[in-house]
Design a protein around this ligand. Sequence first.
Ligand code: ADP
Ligand code: ADP
Length: 229
Amino acid sequence: ANAIEVRGLEKTYAGSKKSPPKTALRGVDLVIPRGSMFGLLGPNGAGKSTLINILAGVVNKTGGTAKIWGRDIDREPRDARAALGVVAQEIVADVFFTPRESLEVQAGFYGVPARERRSDELLAALGLSDKANAYVRALSGGMKRRLMVAKALVHNPPILILDEPTAGVDVELRRQLWDYVRRLNAEGVTILLTTHYLEEAQELCDTIAIMNRGEVVACEPTPQLLRRL
Ligand code: ADP
Ligand code: ADP
């Protein structure tokens, strides 16, 4: 079974008085098997974030279909989205909360019952136990980013999507995030990450799809792809 299946996906952003319409996806097909560590590689503007934002329900597609964990995003949007944890590209900090509160609020948002919550476990796994009760606004950028990963996991999704997880991140944090993502994948979580660094995709991913100008131009197991580059 597949974690994600995208067929003929299209997106044209409506223009405005100042900007013309912009086509970001031109018939994208993508199949991501359950359990894989899948990399979506491509230069800025290729359409990676648009694809992820459509899966996450943040952007409306203009054509095609998508299924997440077997659920069609049009017919069963809630069930489809419940299977996803998404770590956005920009740091979104809850300035008035502590990390623990932030996770509890997120769990409440997803309707996770109190006995199934595991805030402490997530905070520990991401090295945030010491800061559990500090204000999020006082955390370093790296800690905020790790908190975003923890938040994406509160409802125990079988799929974790990370949009440019290590853009603008220092070497140490990159290593930490990579190690943690590997551990999650080893525990069975399907990972989809976007990156414009070949090195990152190569290091982490078992399969790589390359996007360019709104199209998937290659999709292969990593060793095969590297042999052709
Ligand atoms: P839409 O209504 O087409 O979904 P948004 O509301 O997301 O567009 O964005 C409004 C406007 O902001 C767009 O028409 C576009 O001009 C601009 N914009 C936002 N993000 C980008 C981007 N990544 N690249 C280019 N333009 C952007
Ligand atoms: P990537 O994540 O690979 O850098 P994006 O999906 O952000 O690519 O962008 C794909 C194309 O769509 C780019 O040409 C970008 O300028 C455009 N775009 C993205 N978001 C918007 C938006 N909200 N409005 C208009 N154009 C956008």
